[in-house]
Design a protein around this ligand. Structure first.
Ligand SMILES: C[S@@+](CC[C@H](N)C(=O)[O-])C[C@H]1O[C@@H](n2cnc3c(N)ncnc32)[C@H](O)[C@@H]1O
Length: 398
């Protein structure tokens, strides 16, 4: 099969030899809590769960086994190269909680295991029938399980699709020599070409496997926001939240200032996301959490109406930084999530807000952090903003 052959020759991401740095990073329990509550904000942290990494590539399953030593992790991939590379990492790091199988996503039922969590990133858009693949994954997801998906987004990848078409017309093949020559040609692209911005943003395109994956992939179908919602409904799944939500939120960044903002906010969330994708224009992927459409209760019950929010425990997200230089007037700090690619998603906070922000320790509730004297409106507005801007995750289980 063409896609499988492609990944035998150009395994992506590039195989890695050691996960030592990765292990140190994930020893931090708060990091694991933040990840867990992204999927299940209302559930107490449970380390021993079952995780499927579908289309695991060279290292993703091993990384999850390392991250979650008490979980049982299963990686599947139809590329023998990816399976081999994962098995090497398993042996090297003695990952007894990991099993790896050479298996098609479409046949995942053969494992005869139901999973609490499924991660399928960078894979569905390469399947001949993504809805069929997703439906197969749904069949092995527990009713109260959760799935993280990442699929390519069309508008930000226009330059890639133009170059894919260029390669097809010229007959450029995925061989080492042709890829090296393609890298040379790309350095000569005219200024303003839609691919230029992407090449600047993604230095890993200088690597052969990444470039081959982007420009010479035999099968690659991107999904706009409405297409994602259609795909989910075909597969019996519902949308939970974006993995990083600020780029899609009407509250965050430049979009909050546009003259049409009130009209935008009257739309349903799905319509808002679709409009914002068009306005932002350069999203290259969508990463999000989904649930079965028969999920018992509400999976993402976060709300700032009523009083429940006072009992939420905020957890700082990794990859966030607090900057205290070159601030706008009145700001005591600017909060940045380094995984955001849009520069308008910097969040300035004043001195009073910074005191509350600094008091977040991952253990106390908002009520405990704010104390009796804090203004409730200011407190609720701040924590809601921190949440929308991907500065914090909430643990609602207290
Ligand atoms: C771009 S890589 C992504 C790897 C990994 N998920 C990650 O995010 O690092 C796509 C992987 O999906 C695998 N794949 C594609 N179609 C598949 C299928 N139908 N069944 C199993 N694996 C598949 C490929 O072999 C490849 O290793």
């Amino acid at each position: 099969m063409e896609v499988a052959d492609f990944y035998e020759r150009y395994p992506y991401p590039r195989p890695i030899e050691s996960l030592e740095e990765y292990r140190l990073l994930w020893q931090d329990r708060q990091r694991r809590r933040a990840e867990y509550h992204l999927y299940w904000p209302a559930r107490p942290l449970k380390e021993d769960h079952t995780i499927l990494i579908a289309g695991c590539g060279t290292s993703q399953a091993a990384k999850h086994a390392m991250r979650w030593p008490e979980a049982h992790v299963v990686g599947i991939d139809f590329s023998a190269t990816s399976v081999r590379s994962t098995q090497q990492l398993k042996r090297r790091h003695k990952l007894d909680n990991l099993e790896v199988h050479k298996l098609d996503i479409e046949h995942v039922d053969e494992l005869k295991i139901d999973f609490d969590r499924i991660v399928c990133t960078g894979v569905l858009h390469h399947l001949p029938d993504p809805a069929e693949g997703l439906a197969a994954l749904r069949r092995v997801l527990k009713p109260d399980g959760a799935m993280q998906l990442m699929v390519y987004a069309p508008y930000g990848r226009v330059g890639i699709y133009m170059l894919q078409e260029f390669c097809r017309r010229v007959g450029i093949q995925a061989t080492d020599e042709e890829i090296r020559n393609l890298i040379v040609a790309l350095t000569m692209l005219p200024r303003g070409h839609p691919l230029e911005n992407l090449l600047r943003q993604a230095p890993d395109f200088r690597e052969e496997a990444a470039l081959a994956d982007a420009l010479l992939h035999p099968q690659d179908q991107a999904y706009s926001v409405p297409e994602i919602f259609d795909l989910l409904s075909l597969a019996g799944l519902t949308f939970g939240r974006w993995a990083r939500q600020a780029p899609y939120a009407t509250h965050c960044g430049a979009i909050a200032q546009i003259p049409q903002i009130a009209r935008l906010q009257q739309l349903s969330p799905a319509e808002q996301f679709a409009a914002i994708e068009l306005f932002r224009g350069t999203m290259i992927r969508h990463s999000f959490i989904v649930y079965r459409d028969d999920y018992p209760g509400s999976a993402q019950p976060i709300s700032f109406g009523g009083d429940a929010w006072l009992d939420y425990v905020p957890i700082r997200l990794p990859d966030t930084i607090c900057v205290q230089e070159q601030l706008p007037a009145g700001a005591a700090a600017a909060l940045i999530n380094r995984t955001h690619t849009f520069t308008d998603l910097v969040l300035p906070i004043n001195k009073q807000e910074k005191q509350l922000f600094d008091a977040i320790d991952g253990h106390r509730t908002i009520a405990e952090i704010a104390g009796d004297r804090a203004d409730r409106k200011i407190t609720s507005a701040l924590f809601e903003r921190l949440w929308w801007y991907d500065q914090i995750m909430f643990d609602l289980s207290r």
